[in-house]
Design a binder for this molecule. Sequence first.
Ligand SMILES: [Zn+2]
Length: 222
Amino acid sequence: MPDSKIFTDICKPYCLEIYYGPMWSRKTLNLLIDIDRLKQKKIPYQVFKPRIDTRYFSDYIVSRFDSFVDKPMEDTSRFLKEPAEVFDENNPKEILDLIRSDTRAIIISEIQLVHPDIVRVVTSLQREGVYIICDGLNLDYTGEYFSLGLTNLISRATHPHSLYAICNFPGCGEAAYFSQKLNTDGTPAAYEPERAKRLEIGDYCYEPRCIIHHEVPGRPEL
Ligand SMILES: [Zn+2]
């Protein structure tokens, strides 16, 4: 049974810390900062990511935070990153088989892509005194919740952190809590009533927007 002492700033046994927000809100950067502190304190940790997330690197978690990096865009060494073990997003119990006996902190990225069974996995690890740190996109492009798993975890988190990006609408710059989906001609993508279809890959681009500039034509009025 790990020490509790309530908890410390660096390692919080039995706790669930979640960073959530729209794209570009520095979710992964926050994970990397926490990992850096675990490293400094020599606290054994493991990092996991869902197999479906193959952006940039298949076996690293990657932050695009690079304001201070003077390298060309195509140079992937410009990204901050940390090696990660990959698990099947449809079977998050795989994580339990990969955990080493001395691990005291577990980091799981992109939780919104994972089956809702992740809630049971996280809860059982918390009960064993493991410190869990997660991140995820809480809302899809329509402004509705992205996944039941992440939504449930946010409501159970001992340390939830709502992050924001900067609105990309020309001339705005307000705090952005939404991800805007745009068609190739720059017009806002229409509302898709079927949740499963919202994640289909297509010729779209995305950018963070504030509540005023987040547009979803055809979305039912609240
Ligand atoms: Zn705005």
